[in-house]
Design a protein around this ligand. Structure first.
Ligand SMILES: NC(=O)c1ccc[n+]([C@@H]2O[C@H](COP(=O)([O-])OP(=O)(O)OC[C@H]3O[C@@H](n4cnc5c(N)ncnc54)[C@H](OP(=O)(O)O)[C@@H]3O)[C@@H](O)[C@H]2O)c1
Length: 259
């Protein structure tokens, strides 16, 4: 018998669900049977994803949210619990990645990355975990989308890398706090994934990535990150907690010495 990843009867919050990897996570979670709450700042984008989610035969709720604003986070959790009850699944996918020269970044730019990628993820996880505990949910799941940039140094990503490395600390800390209450907490670390933002960068700077240095020899697809998130959100991952699953074509384990 193959591995079946069934999320039917569950409710999942997916942040950054308007485009890129988050859009694909939302539709994969929906295809596995869960109702989905979609959060990001751009209303039109999360509403478009909500239509794709509903096409899978489940319910969707688009809640415009700035994860840098704790009041918005509270509104997101209230809207979720008010509509669906306590959610079983939280996928913290949204992140701010300002790829300008780290030596030139302003305090505001540094704060944006810290506020969204660390404070936002922690505060939302804290609020959702409390709702899970109050709602006595079965098999709570928190999945954080980190990055290979949290494992290795990448030019122009210093602060972003720091937030993603910090996310491993939050993942392990929450896993230690919450696993005994039936809530697992894990992360997925994408490598270079073919989303519109990356396609645009590649069109502008043709030699952006040396694909020969990715052991698997290609960029990843958003589906490959979504599949990992659905697995970690499922019952089949009930004995995995505090772990980071790299989905990066092997790039983080190379020293970049050989072609
Ligand atoms: N693509 C890659 O190669 C790659 C590699 C490693 C890790 N990752 C990680 O994968 C995740 C998704 O990346 P992606 O490439 O799909 O990014 P993307 O295409 O830029 O999408 C980012 C999503 O996050 C949302 N977002 C950004 N700031 C937000 C805020 N303050 N509040 C709420 N939502 C916010 C965006 O919506 P709004 O702008 O409308 O708010 C958008 O929906 C991120 O955690 C990223 O660090 C991606």
């Amino acid at each position: 018998m193959g591995i079946e990843l069934d999320l039917s009867g569950r409710t999942a919050i997916v942040t950054g669900a308007g485009r890129g990897i988050g859009e694909r996570i939302a539709t994969h979670v929906a295809a596995a049977g869960a109702d989905v709450i979609l959060a990001a700042r751009t209303k039109s984008e999360i509403e478009a994803t909500a239509e794709d989610v509903e096409a899978e035969g489940v319910s969707a709720l688009a809640v415009p949210t700035d994860l840098g604003d704790p009041d918005d986070i509270d509104r997101l959790v209230e809207a979720t619990v008010g509509t669906f009850g306590a959610p079983e699944i939280l996928i913290n996918n949204a992140a701010a990645n300002l790829e300008n020269d780290p030596m030139e970044q302003s305090i505001d730019e540094v704060d944006t990355m810290l506020d969204v990628n660390l404070r936002g993820v922690f505060v939302l996880s804290q609020r959702v975990a409390n709702a899970m505990l109050d709602g006595d949910v079965d098999a709570g799941r928190i999945v954080n989308v980190a990055s290979v940039a949290g494992h290795v140094g990448i030019p122009a990503m210093t602060v972003y890398s720091g937030t993603k490395a910090g996310l491993y600390g939050i993942t392990r800390g929450l896993a230690a706090e919450l696993s005994s209450h039936g809530i697992t907490v894990n992360s997925v670390s994408p490598g270079m994934i073919r989303v519109d933002r990356i396609e645009q960068l590649m069109a502008e700077k043709g030699d952006l990535y040396d694909l020969d240095r990715i052991p698997v020899g290609r960029l990843g697809d958003p589906e490959e990150i979504a599949d990992a998130c659905v697995f970690l959100a499922s019952d089949r991952a009930g004995y995995v907690s505090g772990e980071d699953l790299r989905v990066d074509g092997g790039v983080a384990i190379t020293a970049g010495l050989y072609r």
